[in-house]
Design a protein around this ligand. Structure first.
Ligand code: RM4
Ligand code: MN
Ligand code: MN
Length: 424
């Protein structure tokens, strides 16, 4: 299904007067409104193909209605998101959950919706039906070369699939590790993993990047072979200039200072980008900004400062992706909320008075530094985000429009009440 532009326009017309009032209010206090709006308009966040259906926990899965039954329908759903907010112009595929049968046709369908293909994700954490080897004891780290070879071949196959679609990056997340002391020789696991990654790296096209994601625990509970940003950085430094460290916000030990990690990875030129989500306890994969929006703002503050210092393009020089799982909410509404949270944090970071902050830092004026950051964070920038969407051809209030236009009801009519999307 497609959300027609005239319907969005109709929705916007009704919301316009109220929107203008709120916009004028915030714009009165912001010096460079047009600059900010331009940056927001080009800022796109990729949607993972596995987030369009209802996820589950290990205890159960409660599917919603009208879930996408195929890759084509997942692309349609991202098309719906993008039509509504003009900021979800890319999809990130997980292989083999979503293998394009006809890459050209899939590419053409995505183009119809104005979508590009972001990083492709390999999967060596699940055994596939009829696989000749098992990943039970790891994949790229495995003690048996036959298993490592299978996992390497899979990653190379994923690169090929990505090339056919126009992707430019491979994301590697490994479940490899151990659950009991003594199970694994750490150095041996590291060396085997590095050797496997080198073989995958060698298959990367010249204009491709490899994103190496870290995660401190789960599914293994004693050690993980790429457990934290230091370990990821160690691998990518040894691999070469096309390898980068990917930060998934939910993959840290409690209370980790993620913004500092981000700042230093940027400084080293090794930050790949993000898997955005939010969490209270672990890899909870909750809606971005739903638990700790201040942390998200502080991360964006480091991003804007660090990217500007290196002359980087905010929109294109890092990978911006969501990695979340929707167990209770309508996945499309959930994703609209996540994207809005990212846009809000980004806009607030753009509002930080950098010169004043640097001056305060120079004289150790701690209270003033905090005032400067919180002045930006406490600004209600939602009207700016709405205005950017409006200017780009999207809805002033994407969730409001989604509900008003009864998109989910239509999807249920089209696809049925009992549909289950591929994914976790
Ligand atoms: C992992 C990790 C990966 C994601 C899988 C589904 O925890 O975040 O990025 O692909 O989950
Ligand atoms: Mn992730
Ligand atoms: Mn995760």
């Amino acid at each position: 299904m497609q959300v027609e532009k005239y319907k969005i326009d109709g929705f916007n017309n009704e919301a316009l007067a109220d929107h203008k009032r709120r916009l004028d209010f915030v714009a009165a206090d912001v010096a460079n409104v047009d600059d900010i709006l331009k940056k927001l308009e080009v800022f796109q966040i990729a949607i993972p193909s596995w987030a369009l259906g209802t996820g589950g926990t290990r205890f159960g899965r409660f599917s919603g209605g009208g879930e996408p039954r195929s890759l084509e329908e997942k692309i349609e759903d991202v098309g719906v998101l993008h039509a509504l907010n003009k900021s979800s112009g890319a999809i990130s595929l997980h292989i083999p959950w979503d293998i394009p049968k006809d890459a050209q046709a899939i590419k053409a369908l995505a183009a119809q919706h104005g979508l590009a293909f972001d990083a492709v994700n390999s999967n060596t954490f699940q055994d596939q039906p009829c696989a000749p080897e098992s990943y039970k004891f790891g994949s790229l780290q495995h003690v048996d070369k036959a298993v490592r070879d299978l996992a390497i071949a899979h990653n190379i196959e994923v690169i090929k699939q990505g090339v056919a679609l126009g992707s430019k990056a491979l994301t590697v997340w490994l479940a490899d590790g151990s659950s009991f002391p003594g199970q694994l020789n750490f150095r041996g696991a590291f060396e085997r993993t590095l050797d496997s990654l080198k073989q995958i790296y060698a298959a990367l096209p010249d204009d491709w990047k490899m994103y190496l994601e870290y995660k401190c625990y789960e599914p293994n509970f004693y050690s993980t072979t790429v457990a934290d940003w230091g370990q990821s950085l160690l691998y990518v430094s040894k691999l070469g200039p096309k390898a980068y460290t990917l930060v998934d916000l939910g993959h840290h030990l409690p209370n980790a200072n993620i913004e500092q990690i981000v700042s230093l990875l940027l400084m080293e030129g090794r930050l790949a980008g993000f898997h955005f989500n939010d969490s209270k306890y672990g890899d909870d994969d909750l809606t971005v900004g739903s638990i700790n929006p201040y942390q998200l703002f502080l991360i964006f503050n480091e991003l804007v400062e660090g990217m500007d210092a290196r002359g980087m393009n905010h929109a294109t020089d890092l990978g911006w992706m969501i990695d979340a799982s929707h167990n209770l909410k309508d996945p499309i509404e959930d994703l609209l909320q996540s994207i809005q949270a990212i846009q809000i944090a980004y806009t607030q970071a753009l509002l930080v008075d950098k010169a004043a902050l640097q001056a305060a830092q120079k004289v150790n004026d701690v209270a003033l530094a905090q005032e400067i950051l919180q002045k930006a964070y406490r600004t209600d920038v939602r009207a700016l985000v709405s205005e950017a969407s409006l200017r780009a051809g999207g809805a002033i209030d994407p969730i409001g429009a989604y509900r008003k236009l009864k998109v989910r009801e239509n999807l249920i009519k089209e696809r049925g009440e009992k549909t289950v999307a591929t994914g976790l």
